[in-house]
Design a protein around this ligand. Structure first.
Ligand SMILES: C[S@@+](CC[C@H](N)C(=O)[O-])C[C@H]1O[C@@H](n2cnc3c(N)ncnc32)[C@H](O)[C@@H]1O
Length: 224
């Protein structure tokens, strides 16, 4: 009998499409992320901010509304999420399809719809800041080095990343995966990395159903 691969489902685009189609988006927060708000000064000089695997997060509009009005670019696999992000902010967005790439643009926010790994600097440009929440932790272990290498390829020298990860003891069979400090340090080797804080996290229903009793969020500042 063929052995079941250990981490297949979460890399399958259909896993995410099904979650969106069924409205199972428990990761979505109805306010800007508290760690982003607390550490926003990290982005004070940023002109272009990257938000990988952005969903329909309120964080993009919150960053775009900062006093120095940076441009914010998200990447998201599921087009409905991109459309809903603008609709739910009451923002008008234009949908542009060029060279096979779908972009939603409204104000200083742009969402590029597609597979993160297929979207390079030729499509996205370079960034001087990045906000990663529920993105690295959505990647199964084997994909994380590639995920981080791709992200680093999009960041200009000196770019700053605010990264939020989880540490918990659920089995590594579905997101959010546990990504502890040692792994983050190995993934971002060569960057200046500061652990800004560790916070006990209210255990979500999805983690409870996986047997987790407590979980922590780790918040990092990373300079490329
Ligand atoms: C756990 S959610 C986090 C969303 C957002 N960062 C937030 O905090 O609400 C992960 C998102 O990444 C998207 N996604 C998963 N794999 C992707 C890929 N390879 N390329 C682009 N988006 C992807 C999913 O559709 C989903 O919306």
């Amino acid at each position: 009998m063929a052995r079941r691969p250990r981490y297949p489902a979460t890399m399958d685009p259909d896993f995410w499409r099904t979650r969106w189609a069924e409205g199972r988006i428990g990761w979505h927060q109805d306010a800007p992320n508290a760690h982003l708000v607390a550490h926003a000064a990290l982005f004070d000089r940023a002109r272009r901010v990257f938000v990988p695997l952005c969903g329909k997060s309120l964080d993009l509009a919150w960053i775009a509304a900062r006093p120095h009005a940076p441009a914010v670019v998200g990447v998201e696999l599921v087009e409905d999420a991109a459309r809903e992000l603008f609709e739910e902010h009451g923002l008008t967005a234009e949908r542009v399809e060029e060279d096979g790439v779908i972009r939603y643009r409204g104000g200083s926010i742009e969402i590029v719809v597609g597979d993160y790994f297929a979207l390079g600097a030729d499509v996205l440009g370079h960034f001087d800041a990045c906000f990663d929440r529920a993105a690295l932790v959505a990647m199964p272990p084997a994909q994380r080095p590639r995920y981080v290498a791709h992200q680093r390829g999009l960041l200009a020298p000196g770019a700053r990343t605010l990264l939020v990860t989880f540490v918990h003891d659920a089995p590594p069979d579905s997101p959010p995966f546990s990504v502890p400090e040692a792994e983050v340090r190995a993934l971002y080797e060569g960057c200046r990395l500061t652990l800004l804080g560790q916070h006990e996290e209210l255990v979500s229903t999805s983690l409870l159903s996986r047997g987790v009793k407590s979980a922590r969020e780790l918040v990092f500042a990373i300079e490329a």
